[in-house]
Write a protein that binds this ligand. Structure first.
Ligand SMILES: NC(=O)c1ccc[n+]([C@@H]2O[C@H](COP(=O)([O-])OP(=O)(O)OC[C@H]3O[C@@H](n4cnc5c(N)ncnc54)[C@H](O)[C@@H]3O)[C@@H](O)[C@H]2O)c1
Length: 297
């Protein structure tokens, strides 16, 4: 997608943090915006704040809990009814359950994190994908993953890491399945100053109810998150560039490099190519299968 003018974007988890920054940047590029968030009051406040920037686009808040498939369908119905079309999904809602070793992680937290970060992300993606296919015009899906999807799996966040690895896994698969008029990208922010540390205050009753607020990220010192304004404009620029991986932050790079280097070193130490190794390559098998299916159409 080369420009956002007069397009309509839906942003899940758009009332705060990274989603809100993306919303502001979209409005500056003359894109209409639907802020979809579990926090109904914050949805309206975010929509008003973006409208107040005066870019002359329509910004509406629509409450939606992405862990509820009926609410996802209702959101899509409302967005299409309001604007007549939707062109971009920023599939961004996500939560963190705080820092705990894996063996001390509570079932409620693990289920909550997966229901929002993976199943919520998947269900939003598939609902909008079906509609983008039916609509037939150029469309884009941007799934928010994390530096933890591609790099060092941060200790004490095992459920979060696993949920973000799952988003990487299915987004990479979808990339190869999509029709030409729909593109997909994977946004992998590094450590960013947002309200994610306080996600627990909004934990739904079905996952054990709200948890106490936690201290905010440091304002100064040797270890600081990136500011949230580093994400939105970068993400829009990389969508225009046609990038699949969107990395706003350099500090994530060495984590990805170390993991990839270790993986390749393990292959090189443990395996060697046979003359006909391509026979066992699952990607060529898939490509041959697809070619056969195309011929049979
Ligand atoms: N902040 C970081 O360091 C960081 C790093 C990498 C990835 N991310 C990812 O970026 C995305 C945005 O997070 P953020 O850091 O801006 O956090 P944030 O808490 O500031 O914003 C997340 C928004 O999601 C909403 N939300 C939570 N549960 C929801 C649900 N069930 N349905 C709909 N909305 C829901 C919240 O109300 C909030 O407005 C998340 O997917 C997060 O995992 C964040």
């Amino acid at each position: 997608m080369k420009n956002f003018t007069d397009k309509v974007a839906v942003i899940s988890g758009g009332a705060n943090g990274i989603g809100l920054d993306i919303g502001k940047c979209l409005a500056a590029e003359k894109c209409h915006v639907v802020i979809a968030d579990i926090d109904q009051a914050a949805c309206g406040a975010a929509a008003s704040a973006i409208s107040a920037l005066g870019h002359g686009v329509e910004v509406v808040g629509m409450a939606c809990d992405v862990t509820d498939k009926d609410q996802i369908t209702a959101l899509a119905d409302k967005a299409w009814a309001h604007f007549g079309h939707v062109d971009i999904l920023f599939n961004n809602a996500g939560v963190g359950a705080g820092l705990k070793p894996g063996d001390k992680t509570e079932d409620d937290d693990l289920r909550w994190v997966f229901e929002v970060n993976f199943f919520g992300n998947w269900n939003m993606c598939m609902e909008f994908l079906r509609r983008f296919k039916a609509q037939g015009s150029e469309a884009h899906i941007c799934n928010t993953a994390s530096e933890n999807s591609i790099g060092w799996p941060m200790p004490l966040m095992s459920g979060y890491n696993a949920s973000k690895a799952a988003v990487l896994g299915y987004t990479g698969m979808l990339r190869m399945e999509l029709p030409e008029h729909i593109a997909i990208s994977l946004l992998c922010p590094g450590w960013t100053r947002t309200d994610i540390g306080n996600s627990g205050t909004k934990r739904q009753d079905k996952f054990g109810g709200p948890k106490p607020a936690r201290p905010h990220y440091p304002q100064e010192g040797d270890h600081m998150p990136y500011e949230v304004e580093t994400v939105g404009a970068h993400t829009l620029a990389e969508i225009k560039n046609g990038s699949f991986y969107i990395f706003p932050h350099y500090a994530s790079r060495h984590l990805a490099e170390e993991r990839n280097d270790e993986i390749i070193a393990a292959f090189d130490a443990q395996t060697s190519p046979s003359e006909d190794w391509q026979k066992n390559d699952t990607r060529s098998f898939y490509e041959a299968l697809q070619a056969q299916r195309e011929r049979q159409k």
